[in-house]
Design a protein around this ligand. Structure first.
Ligand code: FMN
Length: 467
């Protein structure tokens, strides 16, 4: 009888319920970006709980090395992804609709040693010569040596803000680095890359794609109020949304109306000078007007306010205030993590409905009970409810609740143990499973160090409900 378990149209398909498992990177791919058996089983385990929609993790649209993250930047990835699709269909008994999140990101380097940054990476200029107290005739090597000999504060004073950032945080590209040809050309390149990736996703059997327009990545940076590109793809709202609309048009032209095309976007960037909900609502209305099939709302998750990484590590966009809003923990300020981001999805939903009332808006953030999910739907905060960490804690929870086994749900305690592993690029698990494993290690010897077991039926950690 609930709204949560009522069907809803999402573009080309109807989801059986308004339950949604949003993208979560499990760090189980290979350096080649393949859908390994572990990746396939990970999604199979979520499919056991039969959410209405399951979204496969952020998957790179380029064919470039990007660590053990999934990729879809070449046709060779299609067979592996097809296996994943088939496995999810089997485990959910055809009841879960499957999307894949498509991502592009810019380069970020690890924080360097001071000696290697000043000694090798810094592009030495006359500005540095002057700051080091040398004349124009000084060689590059002499300048580097002189800079390295400076007290740290003086060295920082000799660097411009981007150089300082490169030294203290690791060099990070911006979408408005117009002196870099590969950045200048993003608007020419990205629509085609997204369209190619979407075509592969549909060839692999996915029901549709989720364009990643959120967090710290390329498309969100185009939408950002901090985007100062001067080529018509920045500064004004119209300029900032332009590439997103071009990507949407290219993807739609490629996959047609038979596939669902939606996006994940930020309701608020949280960072200083960033996009607020008024712009986000306007963007979402533009998306709806141009044929976006759903809008999934997130918040924050930016590099701009990330903590300084240690030398040799890369900055992680979920360590600062914006990151804490993205995955709010029990330690966050009032009103706490529960349903914290629903005011954003509500404002976005209002704007979307004014354009097209059938485009569902997905709400997310600290939702882990039936009552909270149902209330969000009934009160008009969103049309579907996404739960990431609660689904990780208990992949069966949607099904347990639906079948009156709510008391059996293993409840997420929102400590961000999972996010800590993500930060270290380690295989993501749940604190609750790991604790259980510590108590009874002999129960699962063959899966030691694994998160979700390959065969849920044997798993102590994520037991399967009784079919
Ligand atoms: C381990 C982990 C990995 C995540 N990876 C992604 C991702 O690939 N793409 C994305 O849009 N969000 C990602 N998220 C964010 C979640 O989708 C979700 O927005 C966030 O956890 C807040 O929802 P929750 O309170 O239900 O957990 C990730 C979250 C976690 C905990």
């Amino acid at each position: 009888m609930s709204r949560l378990y009522s069907p809803v149209r999402v573009g080309a398909f109807t989801a059986r319920s308004r339950t949604w498992v949003p993208a979560m990177v499990p760090w189980r791919s290979t350096e080649e970006g393949d859908a390994t058996p572990e990746v396939i089983d990970w999604y199979g385990r979520f499919a056991d709980g039969r959410p209405g929609v399951l979204v496969v993790e952020a998957t790179g649209i380029r064919d470039v090395p990007s660590g053990p993250l999934l990729r879809i930047g070449h046709d060779r990835y299609v067979p592996g992804l097809r296996k994943l699709v088939e496995h999810v269909a089997e485990r959910s008994q055809g009841q879960t609709r499957l999307l894949i999140q498509l991502i592009d990101f810019l380069r970020i380097r690890r924080r360097p040693e001071k000696a290697s940054f000043v000694g090798r990476f810094l592009a030495v200029s006359d500005r540095h010569r002057l700051a080091a107290g040398l004349t124009e005739s000084a060689t590059e090597a002499e300048v580097r040596d002189a800079l390295l000999a400076l007290p740290h504060e003086d060295l920082l004073g000799a660097l411009n803000p981007r150089e300082r950032e490169a030294l203290e945080y690791g060099e990070r590209e911006r979408v408005f680095d117009m002196d870099q040809p590969h950045i200048r050309e993003l608007p020419e390149v990205l629509p085609g890359l997204f369209a190619d990736a979407a075509e592969r996703a549909i060839a692999a059997g996915f029901d549709g794609v989720e364009l990643h327009f959120a967090h710290a990545y390329t498309m969100a940076s185009f939408l950002s109020a901090r985007n100062v590109r001067d080529d018509g793809y920045g500064t004004t709202r119209e300029g900032r949304v332009r590439l997103a609309l071009e990507v949407l048009a290219a993807v739609r032209a490629r996959v047609g109306q038979g596939a669902t095309v939606g996006c994940r976007m930020l309701g608020d960037e949280v960072i200083e000078g960033g996009t607020r909900v008024e712009d986000a609502a306007w963007f979402a209305a533009q998306f709806a007007e141009h044929g976006m099939d759903f809008v999934s709302v997130s918040k924050g998750g930016k590099f701009e306010d990330a903590k300084q990484p240690r030398v040799g590590a890369a900055a992680y966009p979920y360590t600062g205030p914006s990151g804490h809003e993205c995955m709010p923990t029990v330690r966050i300020d009032a009103p706490g993590p529960f349903g914290r981001n629903l005011p954003l999805s509500r404002a976005i939903r209002d704007a979307v409905r004014a354009v097209d009332p059938i485009v569902p808006v997905i709400g997310c953030g600290g939702i882990g009970t039936f009552d909270a999910a149902e209330a969000a739907l009934v009160e008009g905060d969103c049309d579907m409810v996404a739960a990431a960490r609660q689904s990780l804690a208990d992949p069966d929870w949607w099904h347990k609740v639906r079948t009156g086994q709510g008391a059996e749900v293993r409840r997420c305690i929102f400590t961000n143990y999972c996010e800590g592993l993500d930060q270290k690029h380690k295989e993501v698990t749940c604190q609750l499973w790991d604790k259980a494993r510590e108590r009874e290690p002999s129960m699962e010897p063959e899966h030691a160090g694994r998160a979700l077991s390959l065969d849920g039926k044997r798993s102590l950690l994520a037991p399967v409900w009784n079919r």
